[in-house]
Design a protein around this ligand. Structure first.
Ligand SMILES: [Zn+2]
Ligand SMILES: [Zn+2]
Ligand SMILES: [Zn+2]
Length: 316
């Protein structure tokens, strides 16, 4: 990236941060004016963050007509920039981001309505702000942060943390984000409670290195996640063993990872009792029993011993 493009990215990302912070400040006030301002600020933030990503591809893409882009015009801020309504399409064309155009369209249309015709009902307005901020949060995480230079990345990481905290702390925002995530959560077979944000939004897909929470976007490796889940969600400690409990974390009978957790609650699948956070194996209570010799978990197959114990007692 040359010096001028770098400047454009830096200014745009700083403006995006500014508008998002302003929107967050207005949400806290929760007044009619505050909510209306939050719609306008959050839409401005989405527009500028999308433009930051475009500038990372090439500064000429910020112009309505890139063929007529001049560096001096960019420096002076004297040019017709690409329309908000065309940003997502342009990003999808040049960077193959596969973004949904509908959500961004709604955000920009609502901003226009608010600017020209004033506020709508309070509940609808807050829901729309939560949608815009959710879009900004997901876009930041998925498409912008990984591409940004270090300094801008650090500033926007802090903002991401603040956005996540806002969703977790304000009830109507939490409900709005969970409603927006419902369809996507429905496409995952294993959804559990996240130890970071306590929402039922952490998906286990068999990726050993990265288990993702769709609500707070935390990424955690399987074995670390398993340890945190048993202590933070199941409330298990080593003293639980002294009190006669069995350890809810053990070696997986399929992949041998130390990440098989149970008894566990899987959202919408009440029959599941055990989940391996590494390989995503799920087991019901009737799928397993315990080896009569070593006490390890095994698949229930009518045998009283596990395969390693059979090898010991019946050497060939
Ligand atoms: Zn979370
Ligand atoms: Zn496993
Ligand atoms: Zn055994």
């Amino acid at each position: 990236m040359n010096h001028d493009a770098r400047d454009a990215v830096s200014v745009l990302s700083e403006n995006g941060r500014h508008f998002l912070m302003s929107a967050l400040g207005e949400i806290d006030r929760d007044t009619e004016t505050g909510n209306r301002n939050a719609v306008v600020f959050s839409a401005a933030a989405v527009e500028v963050l999308l433009k930051t990503r475009l500038a990372l591809e090439h500064w000429t893409l910020l112009f309505d007509d890139p063929a007529r882009a001049k560096l001096q015009d960019l420096k002076n801020g004297d040019f017709v920039s690409v329309q908000a309504s065309r940003l997502v399409q342009r990003l999808n064309n040049v960077a193959s981001l596969g973004l949904e155009t509908k959500r961004a369209d709604q955000i920009f249309k609502l901003r226009n309505r608010m600017v020209h015709f004033g506020p709508g009902p309070k509940i609808a307005t807050r829901l729309e702000v939560s949608r815009s901020l959710g879009f900004a949060l997901d876009f930041l995480h998925d498409h912008l942060l990984p591409e940004l230079p270090d300094e801008e990345q650090q500033r926007l990481e802090e903002l991401k943390t603040e956005l996540t905290a806002t969703f977790a702390k304000i009830d109507d925002f939490k409900a709005g984000r969970l409603r927006d995530l419902k369809a996507e959560l429905g496409t995952h077979a294993i959804v559990i409670t996240c130890p970071d944000c306590q929402q039922d939004a952490l998906v286990i897909d068999g990726d050993e290195d990265e288990n993702r929470c769709l609500f707070c976007l935390a990424l955690t490796g399987s074995e670390e996640l398993a340890e945190r889940y048993v202590s933070d969600i199941l409330g298990w400690t080593w003293t639980s063993i002294a009190e006669g409990g069995t350890e809810p974390l053990q070696e997986c009978i399929e992949c041998s990872g130390h990440a098989l957790v149970g008894p566990i609650q899987v959202v919408n699948r009440p029959k599941i009792s055990y989940v391996c956070f590494s390989c995503a194996t799920t087991l019901e209570e009737t799928d397993v029993d315990w080896c009569a010799r070593c006490g390890d978990m095994k698949r229930s197959n009518g045998d009283s011993l596990c395969s390693s114990c059979w090898r010991v007692v019946l050497p060939d």
